[in-house]
Design a protein around this ligand. Structure first.
Ligand code: SF4
Ligand code: SF4
Length: 208
């Protein structure tokens, strides 16, 4: 490759694209997108989003940092993998979308009250306590996340499903009093602590 070509490629890789490549999971793939639109057309929810994946990748390459990182779109990805299985360039689209969401979270740029982000936070806190998800508590946290009144209304609306789950032993009343955890809870907590340390070190190294 000539010096001129290298310089042109560097110019094309604007600073935001380079930031994504350095900090976002699978971010180095973004430059490979050829804007064919297959992912946007295959995404079952893409039409309802502000920016489908194809557009997000184009915006990264156009250096639209704030518009991308404060977007709600990557939080809407349901990990159905439809896009990945169809992308002619083999981009790990799902992972990039989740990576962008995670990076926006790290930078504190997630739109206020974004419901998927709030649910992810609740799920994570719930799982962290005992190494297993307490479905009863998670469900109730979800119903009550927008206030007491709405929580009561949603609980009443869902009561038949809840009772059915209790009856068929898909959920236990004991979950309300703590529920079951993993056998080796301290081992689980050590693993989580180590994972946090590694992540903090990675963030420090990348300067974000
Ligand atoms: S399908 Fe792949 S190459 Fe086509 S627009 Fe989507 S990410 Fe880009
Ligand atoms: S994995 Fe996410 S981005 Fe891809 S098609 Fe499914 S919902 Fe859309």
């Amino acid at each position: 490759m000539t010096e001129l070509n290298t310089a042109m490629i560097e110019q094309y890789r604007n600073s935001f694209l380079q930031e994504v490549e350095a900090n976002v999971e699978e971010g180095e793939w973004v430059k490979m997108c050829m804007q064919c639109g297959v992912c946007a057309g295959s995404c079952p929810l893409g039409n309802a989003w502000e920016h489908p994946p194809q557009e997000i990748f184009m915006m990264i390459r156009a250096g639209k940092r704030e518009a991308v990182l404060s977007s709600d779109s990557m939080w809407m990805c349901t990990s159905c993998y439809n896009c990945i299985s169809r992308c002619p360039r083999g981009l790990p689209i799902t992972h990039i979308m989740h990576g962008l969401a995670h990076y926006a979270q790290r930078l504190g740029l997630v739109p206020k009250n974004q419901p998927t982000q709030r649910f992810a936070q609740m799920f994570w806190q719930n799982l962290n306590k005992k190494g297993r998800v307490n479905e009863l508590k998670l469900g109730l946290s979800l119903y009550f996340m927008n206030g007491f009144g709405e929580g009561v209304k949603t609980s009443l609306k869902m009561k038949d499903i809840g009772l059915g789950m209790l009856k068929t032993k898909r959920m236990a009343v004991t979950e309300a009093f703590g529920g079951h955890g993993v056998k080796d809870l301290s081992g689980f907590q050590k693993i989580m602590k180590k994972a946090h340390e590694l992540e903090d070190a990675r963030i420090q190294k990348s300067g974000n």
